[in-house]
Design a protein around this ligand. Structure first.
Ligand SMILES: Nc1ncnc2c1ncn2[C@@H]1O[C@H](COP(=O)(O)OP(=O)(O)OP(=O)(O)O)[C@@H](O)[C@H]1O
Ligand SMILES: [Mg+2]
Length: 265
């Protein structure tokens, strides 16, 4: 379902954007005050890894996606829906912005099936119920969303109620569901780089896919590319930018951003 309100910008914040010197929160508040409608999706990347270590739980990744057993799901839920989500909301609130922290479980926002048994309790997004987001956006809030989902159908016996979803994929699905105008990924590199490490400022969807196929783009870059391609037909702009650069988000929205733009083609 498409939104009835003004264009929405979906921003995925990576682990790096939660450092103490980060300006992303400032940018979010600034853009909100300029009348922009924003939805923020975050991950928990490095913090989840730290907390798993703290609890003696080993982490494994397959194709950039975390393998989630019961224990790591509990940690991922606690860190993302708790610590990270509330840190972001507190940051926005303290600067005078208006934000509400939710997860994909709230109001049955994101309904899933199990992605792949090999990945454990990881959700593949089916239906996204956008009513709550529409309501929050219309009321002037920035929804800040932790990438968790619930089962669309009955969950397997003994399984936890929540499913973990890759934050980048989740951001793409949310952006597609609300018909977002822009999807922006903030990360810890200048953008998508070629084999020699040189930034690639513009890529067609086909070129980006080729980088994945050839292995030049791997790990955490793969779901970002997938997320961009997911909204190619509905969004007017999808990009991956360097969240370490001061005011990277604001500059991007104001039209002088760097990073990599992926366009339809
Ligand atoms: N071709 C490429 N160009 C740039 N970075 C790449 C490329 N291929 C893989 N990467 C990796 O992708 C990483 C970004 O994804 P990563 O999942 O680590 O961060 P994030 O999603 O921004 O944050 P987090 O997952 O911690 O929330 C880079 O740090 C880099 O190591
Ligand atoms: Mg990542």
């Amino acid at each position: 379902m498409k939104t009835k309100h003004s264009p929405v910008i979906v921003v995925k914040i990576g682990g790096v954007a939660l450092g103490s010197n980060d300006t992303t929160i400032e940018d979010i508040v600034y853009l909100q005050q300029q009348g922009k409608k924003l939805v923020v999706v975050h991950g928990g990347g490095k913090l989840i890894t730290e907390w798993l270590k703290l609890h003696g739980i080993a982490t494994r990744f397959v194709g950039g996606q975390r393998v989630t057993d019961k224990d790591s799901l509990a940690v991922a839920t606690a860190v993302m829906a708790g610590l990270v989500n509330k840190e972001i909301v507190a940051g926005i609130s303290q600067l005078g912005g208006r934000a509400i922290g939710i997860s994909g479980a709230d109001s049955a926002l994101v309904q899933c099936a199990v992605e792949d048994e090999a990945l454990g309790y990881v959700g593949r997004v089916g239906e996204v119920r956008t009513e709550l987001l529409d309501t929050l956006l219309q009321a002037g809030y920035v929804p800040v969303i932790a990438p968790l989902g619930i089962y669309a159908f009955q969950r397997p016996e003994g399984a936890p109620r929540l499913l973990n979803i890759n934050g980048d994929i989740f951001a793409g699905e949310i952006a597609a569901a609300i018909g977002a105008e822009r999807l922006v990924f903030l990360t810890d590199v200048p953008g998508i780089c070629d084999r020699t490490g040189k930034l690639l400022p513009r890529l067609s969807a086909a070129e980006a896919e080729e980088l994945v196929r050839s292995g030049v783009a791997d790990g955490g870059m793969i779901p970002k590319i997938r997320g961009c391609i997911r909204v190619m037909n509905t969004a007017s702009s999808t990009c991956i930018i360097d969240g370490r650069r001061p005011h990277a988000l604001r500059q991007q929205i104001e039209g002088h951003g760097g990073g990599t733009t992926i366009y339809k083609g």
